[in-house]
Write a protein that binds this ligand. Structure first.
Ligand code: FAD
Length: 413
């Protein structure tokens, strides 16, 4: 039995919404208040850079049925921004001046699209992508666009590049680093994806730092200047640009609250703030220890939002005693290809190629001291479960076996 009477969830996105759904499913008897600064009911974001940008894309991405989000005696949804948390006093203040008291606080404020500090970043034809409104604005712009420049070759940048190409828009990608998707793919997988995009007609410039964005007098064309590694300036023209250079967690609302912050909200293995156990964090904002990875990190993934929200609801309802440990997993769909990544890539890992990876179907498995620590599955979803299980169990494996694509991963378990 939980003695908690009022749970307040800040951030009505994927993880925050799932906390509310799970609390109800677990029979939480107290009141739940969900506060978010978006006007939409909680929704899932992956389709924003994929299906929703295509002409045909009109799927419903709300979490559960719309009726679920109607108010009741035990559930209230407030559309507002939290401006201050007075944690010791278990009270918070909204931007509409309202004060709210709580027993338990769940921080689920995710991340906000980062803006490059360059002149012109604020121009109307320069977009960022985090919310459904951002996605709809990009979709509308794409329908009138001939040439798009994507700044930043991470997952979201390259997904939008793929969606734009499918719509027949010319695409140029400008990336500061040496290769695309460097944060989540090892080099051979990056190379494969780079070649695929070039094959589809995307022009990719790596080692290229955007300096300034200008617009013509009519406001119809952008001119984007970037410097390459040799110090030469190149200018790219476009009628639409996307700035996809990662996210920042804006946590000013926690200033002075006493909640520990370090690249996100610091939590323990039970997703609680170490010094204030009545404060939890979930989803992209939660800087969580992970014994499988070997360090604490923020996971910016759909599944972490799902699973951590479930775990936090269970902790609140006293339905769980084991710590939360997530095997990092994410996917990306680009053109007709599905890429899934398990674990966190690391240049020191040994990589084993399985199947016809370089032809577009197979895996790269990463090992550290002969222990499988992760991998990339390229159009090979069936190996996800056995690979995750191998990572969880930390088993030593026989290299010769692993290199033989005829041998099924599941037989190693
Ligand atoms: P969010 O869903 O961002 O929710 C946070 C909410 O908090 C937002 O509504 C925000 O407005 C609100 N908020 C912030 N501050 C305040 C405040 N002070 N007061 C009130 N409200 C506040 N993951 C994958 O694994 N695979 C994919 O293919 C994939 N594709 C993606 C595509 C896109 C375009 C994006 C943006 C993300 C994608 N992700 C993907 C990541 C996944 O969607 C996120 O990990 C997930 O949304 C995180 O959920 P969250 O609840 O932590 O954050």
């Amino acid at each position: 039995m939980s003695l908690i009477e009022h749970v307040v969830v800040v951030g009505a996105g994927h993880a925050g919404g799932r906390v509310v759904q799970n609390l109800r499913e677990l029979g939480f008897a107290g009141k739940v208040t969900l506060i978010g600064d978006e006007k939409h009911a909680p929704y899932e974001r992956p389709a924003l850079s994929k299906e929703l940008l295509l002409d045909s894309g009109d799927e419903n991405i709300t979490l559960g049925p719309e009726e679920f989000w109607e108010q009741s005696d035990l559930y209230e949804r407030i559309i507002a921004r939290v401006e201050r948390v007075h944690s010791g006093a278990k009270r918070l203040t909204l931007d509409n001046g309202q004060d709210l008291e709580f027993d338990t606080l769940v921080l689920a404020t995710g991340g906000q699209a980062r803006e490059l500090a360059v002149l012109g970043a604020e121009l109307p034809r320069v977009h960022t992508l985090r919310t459904i409104d951002d996605s709809l604005a990009i979709k509308a712009a794409l329908s009138k666009s001939r040439h798009m420049v994507v700044i930043g070759a991470g997952v979201i940048g390259m997904e939008v590049a793929a969606s734009a190409r499918v719509r027949g828009v010319q695409v140029t990608v400008l990336e500061h680093g040496d290769r695309i998707l460097a944060r989540c793919l090892p080099e051979p997988a990056s190379k494969w994806l780079h070649a695929l995009h070039e094959d589809k007609g995307v022009a990719i410039h790596t080692g290229c730092s955007v300096q300034v964005i200008e617009q013509n007098d009519a406001g119809t064309e952008l001119s984007i200047s970037a410097v390459d590694k040799l110090g030469e300036t190149h200018t790219f023209t476009a009628d639409l640009a996307l700035m996809a250079v990662g996210i920042d967690c804006q946590l000013d609302y926690l200033d002075g609250s006493g909640v520990e912050v370090n690249n996100g909200v610091v939590v323990d293995a039970f997703c609680r703030s170490p010094s204030m156990p009545w404060v939890y964090a979930v989803g992209d904002v939660a800087h969580t220890p992970n014994e499988l990875v070997g360090f604490a990190l923020r996971l910016e993934t759909w599944r972490n939002a799902e699973n951590q929200a479930r775990a936090v609801a269970e902790f609140i309802c006293n339905e769980r005693s084991e710590p939360y440990v997530e095997v990092p997993w994410m996917w990306t769909d680009q053109y007709d290809h599905n890429i899934q990544v398990i674990g966190i890539p690391n240049d020191q890992n040994q990589i084993v190629v399985r199947g016809d990876f370089h032809e577009g179907s197979g895996s790269l498995i990463w090992l550290r001291d002969e222990v499988v620590v992760g991998g990339v599955l390229l159009n090979n979803a069936r190996d996800r479960r056995p690979l995750e299980e191998l990572v969880k169990r930390g088993l030593r494996v026989d290299l010769a076996f692993l290199q033989d694509a005829g041998c099924q991963l599941r037989t190693l378990l």
